[in-house]
Ligand binder design. Structure first.
Ligand code: LMR
Length: 399
């Protein structure tokens, strides 16, 4: 027997919560766990433009034959424009190569494999904290991982001085993972000025940024959320970007994402693409097509793009409104703690700033679900449960 030797592993810290929430029969339960957008009825409906695009794609689709290891070429091009902005100098110079990945996570893993192929000794530096799944995705292939300081719990914002100082000490060819916007798990983003201040550090020290953009459009806007990565793409010879369509297009289960690699020149770019195609072929051969076909359909139609942008704007505004409402409710329920940092943060997540025992008490006594580090998915709140949640937090904080 061979497989019987395997140990039973603990549940994934984020996905395990999904199952625990579903199994809880309590009517007042509140799900602030997994990062999925929800509307004011607590639902995650199919985005209108996605529904329309999907119908058009299915009506036209005459075959299910293979596409290609790099995925749908039209989707890859459309994503380059969405991520980097139409007419970006690296696009016009032909320095970008894109491969469709199975979701943003797949794109991250493709990037990690590319880095390992180029430099097995490379050290990948992630912010403290970072998305829990960054760690296994980026180091599961044997790459060494290190951390750099990022979040300041006292102010709820980026500890820029420490971050800057740490990056300014890294040796050349260190890989630095940055979140484009809507930092997961803290919601604390770099300002435009801070991105501008960091660029010379990357230039001077020869660092390779690997930028994860999982929430484009859910922070400040589609272009605004890409400000830093567009700036870095312009100012650096090489750059990796993993992009996800899970949240902004609501395509979670369709596993739709892309890896964009900015290269020093076209020859290097072609070599990189050939490597990526080989990597994909060896892991899963080809990515799923359905979500990519939908995104391409939307981005090639002005009408559907407008409809998608409007719905995305609605999601973003709802989250911003919830942030304000939550801070008011928490201030009323528990005036001793200042939660105002929550309104300054962006995207789906913020830290509540309570300890693990308090997180457990919220789950066990009040049926409120969040990850053990007290990350809350703001989009899981709604008019009906926001007061209940604030009161539960106050009760737990009072002990
Ligand atoms: C999250 O952070 O909750 C999401 O990105 C979903 C996931 O796969 O972890």
């Amino acid at each position: 027997m061979m497989l019987e030797r395997l140990d039973r592993l603990p549940d994934d810290p984020i996905l395990g919560l999904m199952a625990a929430f579903r199994a809880d029969p309590d009517a007042s339960k509140v799900d602030l766990g997994v990062g999925v957008y929800r509307n004011d009825r607590g639902e995650t409906p199919v985005v209108g433009a996605v529904r329309q695009a999907e119908e058009a794609v299915l009506a036209r689709q005459a075959s299910k034959t293979y596409v290609a290891p790099a995925g749908n070429a039209g989707f890859n091009q459309a994503m380059e424009k969405l991520v980097l902005g139409e007419g970006h100098p690296v696009l016009t110079a032909g320095r970008v190569r894109t491969i469709q990945g199975p979701g943003g996570s797949g794109a991250l893993r493709l990037g990690a494999e590319l880095i390992r192929a180029a430099s097995p000794q490379a050290i990948v530096h992630v912010p403290t904290p970072t998305w829990a799944n960054h760690i296994p995705l980026l180091s599961g292939n044997g790459l060494e991982l290190a951390q750099y300081p990022y979040f300041d719990g006292a102010t709820g914002s980026v500890n820029f001085n420490e971050m800057h100082a740490a990056l300014d000490k890294l040796p050349a060819r260190s890989v630095v993972v940055l979140h484009a916007s809507c930092h997961n798990p803290t919601g604390a983003d770099l300002t435009d000025a801070q991105w501008r201040e960091l660029l010379p550090v990357f230039q001077k020290r020869g660092l390779l940024p690997f930028i994860d953009m999982a929430y484009q459009g859910l922070g400040t806007g589609v272009a605004e959320d890409a400000y830093g990565l567009r700036l870095f793409a312009e100012g650096l010879p090489e750059l990796l970007i993993a992009s996800s369509c899970s949240k902004n297009f609501g395509l979670y289960r369709e596993r739709t994402g892309s890896l964009h690699v900015v290269n020093e020149n076209k020859t290097a770019a072609d070599a990189v693409l050939s490597q990526l195609v080989r990597i994909a072929r060896r892991i899963y051969s080809m990515p799923p097509d359905h979500g990519a076909a939908i995104v391409l359909e939307i981005l090639s139609s002005e009408v559907l793009t407008r409809s998608w942008t409007e719905e995305l704007t609605g999601m973003r505004k709802r989250i911003q409104g919830l942030r304000e409402e939550l801070v008011k409710r928490l201030a009323a329920a528990y005036p001793d703690k200042d939660f105002s940092y929550i309104t300054r943060q962006k995207g789906m997540f913020s830290y509540l700033g309570v300890d693990t025992a308090q997180v457990r008490a919220l789950r066990e006594k009040h049926h409120v679900y969040m990850t053990d580090d007290s990350r809350i998915n703001i989009a899981g709140l709604r008019a009906e449960n926001i007061g209940y949640f604030a009161d539960a937090v106050a009760k737990v904080l009072r002990g």
